[in-house]
Design a protein around this ligand. Structure first.
Ligand code: CTP
Length: 133
């Protein structure tokens, strides 16, 4: 049984998120998702997520392609999360290309092409300023 792990904030869930999760699952048998905590998102992206970590975990847990969800509290713990969850493969979007190569000693690492033209940041912009479209 091949275990796949991926990480992300998954705020304002959109089609780019489901695309990467379905593709990650298709690369193995069991998909584990680390959802960034509110505090981690603040430190990574400089803003509070629109949806709370509890709501983001609930949404991700409800997906057919997802088998297990946990909250990622720190970027520094990535190696430990990979080991604890016995992951065989780490999947990330290619906005992170090369940045997780250090974990190749723990598991395979694969970067998948992002879905074009959609991101949480863009959705927030459009909702905030609809005339900019
Ligand atoms: N992702 C993707 N295609 C998109 C947007 C996101 O494949 N169009 C992937 C990212 O590469 C990552 C995962 O979805 O592996 C979670 O990304 P996240 O940062 O939560 O979503 P973004 O929409 O990129 O958020 P933001 O705009 O806040 O950076």
């Amino acid at each position: 049984m091949k275990r796949v792990i991926t990480f992300g904030t998954f705020d304002i869930f959109h089609v780019g998120h489901i695309n990467i999760l379905e593709r990650a699952k298709a690369l193995g048998d069991y998909l584990i998702v680390g959802v960034s905590s509110d505090a981690l998102n603040m430190s990574k992206k400089g803003r509070n997520p629109v949806y709370s970590e509890a709501d983001r975990v609930k949404i991700i847990s409800s997906l057919r392609c997802v088998d297990e969800v946990f909250i990622e509290h720190s970027l520094e713990l990535k190696g430990e999360y990979i080991t604890t969850h016995k992951a065989d493969l780490l999947v990330m979007g290619d906005d992170w290309a090369g940045r997780f190569d250090e974990f190749k000693s723990l598991c395979d690492v694969q970067y998948l092409t992002r879905t074009p033209s959609i991101s949480t940041t863009e959705i927030i912009e459009v909702v905030r300023n609809p005339l900019s479209q």
